[in-house]
Design a protein around this ligand. Sequence first.
Ligand SMILES: [Zn+2]
Length: 123
Amino acid sequence: MPHYCWGERLSSTYLILSLCKRMKGLNSIGEDKTPKVSASKNDRRCISCRKIAPKSEFWRVVKCHPAKQIAIDLGKTLLQGRSAYLCPTAECLQSAQKKNRLGRSLKAAVTEDIYHQLELLIN
Ligand SMILES: [Zn+2]
């Protein structure tokens, strides 16, 4: 039997084995995962790129109620009011600023200071 046949056999056997392992892994993950978390419940959409992700991955900018003051929610205090979500990236921040997406989304004027504060949050 030519050598390459062995090679093929070995590699296909290996492929099947690794597939089996993967499937087993998937099964056990499926079994272990306890409550069925509804994925969309805590998901938010970025006002710039429209990406959907858990709200913990976004910046939250809030028009506080009733003061109507714009503030960045850093998670330390619970800010009530109309909020907009933005990816913590320079791209989304710039696009939000250029197109006044934050202002439009919050229906309020967003000062340069807010954008500057967000800029400082980018690592
Ligand atoms: Zn984004």
